[in-house]
Design a protein around this ligand. Structure first.
Ligand code: ADP
Ligand code: NA
Length: 330
């Protein structure tokens, strides 16, 4: 039987992914390559919804793709591409937008959060319709499953509603996607504010560990990570969120269980844990940085790889769009 299809995307909004992006999302993409027919997209159309610099956008898409390859995505085992190179995304989004209620779109809480941050008058219509484009991303590939974090649940719910509504209005066309919940999905918190998530849009630079930054810089950030005034290394997200976060990162990057780590640090101090974690991070990122650099050293080859990915993606996206257009009556 055919493997279930999975779709996921990530925005090229920064010069590097951070540990939250890797441990919360991208790591699972690598694992899903073999169990699923996986489509992974650098979503640059989404990246222009909140203002951007045209001089760096294309390069950021390359850097995003290079990192995805460096952490283990293999173009032989998945389809990796850049969203703007597959015009069907925007084309389907228009159709889906025409069956989305204004009130329905208006209930998306992420828009409320993001537009408030920008000042409501300045927020773009693109930011408002972002979840509709996201639905198009998923439905174009007839994805069965979408790996999502808690923050994306509402958007996936909209994708499901739109798929069902379209199918009811115009005839069976789209697979209704289900959330793929990864139990071990780690939520990584801000090193400076361990009650908030590590986020490129809201964390301070010292709260974030970037995959591509100098490991000496990461070590410094880890050393100054906010913990608590206690001394005991135990895993308790409620009372010791800072230590719990460091243990989560340590465990995920080293493959050692949390219990094993807690036992190993019995009687040792926070300083020992931080020092060793910095070393684990260094060992993890150095080869990723080397591989990322080698992809970026040959932009023509990287662009070719992404063009091939887009061609592969279009082989699925184009027939889906055609079918949807026929159903609509075009
Ligand atoms: P950011 O919040 O830094 O802007 P994005 O919203 O672009 O990150 O997230 C990209 C992917 O990384 C999403 O799938 C999201 O769920 C995941 N992700 C982002 N930050 C974290 C985090 N701190 N912990 C776990 N997963 C995260
Ligand atoms: Na986000």
């Amino acid at each position: 039987p055919a493997r279930p299809r999975v779709f996921s995307g990530i925005q090229p909004t920064a010069d590097s992914f951070h540990l939250g992006n890797y441990l919360g999302a991208v790591r699972h993409w690598v694992a899903l390559q073999d169990s699923h027919d996986a489509f992974y997209c650098v979503v640059d159309l989404h990246a222009i919804t909140a203002g951007h610099d045209p001089k760096v956008l294309h390069q950021r898409s390359r850097v995003a793709a290079a990192q995805l390859l460096a952490v283990g995505l293999d173009p032989e085992r998945c389809t990796l591409f850049v969203q703007s190179q597959v015009p069907e995304h925007a084309q389907l989004a228009w159709v889906l937008g025409c069956i989305t209620g204004f009130g329905e779109a208006n209930r998306m809480t992420q828009f409320k959060d993001k537009s408030q941050k920008q000042g409501n008058e300045r927020a773009s219509v693109g930011l408002f319709t972002y979840p509709i484009l996201q639905a198009a991303d998923i439905l174009l590939y007839q994805a069965n499953a979408v790996p999502v974090g808690e923050d994306q649940r509402q958007h996936l719910e909209l994708s499901r509603d739109l798929a069902q509504r379209f199918n009811t209005l115009f005839g069976p066309t789209f697979t209704v996607p289900a959330p793929h919940i990864v139990k071990s999905t780690a939520k990584i918190t801000d090193l400076q504010d361990p009650t908030a998530k590590m986020s490129k849009s809201s964390s301070s630079p010292n709260g974030i560990v970037d995959l591509l930054e100098d490991p000496a810089r990461s070590a410094k950030k880890i050393r100054s990570a906010v913990t608590d005034t206690g001394r005991e290394i135990v895993f308790d997200e409620e009372t010791k969120p800072g230590i719990a976060n460091l243990l989560t990162i340590f465990s995920a990057l080293s493959g050692r269980g949390i219990d094993d780590l807690v036992a190993a640090y019995d009687g040792k101090g926070y300083g020992d844990l931080k020092k060793d974690l910095a070393e684990v991070v260094r060992e993890f990122v150095v080869p990723i940085q080397e591989r990322t650099r080698s992809y970026l050293d040959d932009p023509a080859q990287l662009d070719k790889l992404l063009a091939d990915g887009a061609e592969k993606a279009r082989r699925v996206a184009a027939p889906t769009l055609l079918k949807a257009y026929e159903r609509v009556g075009f």
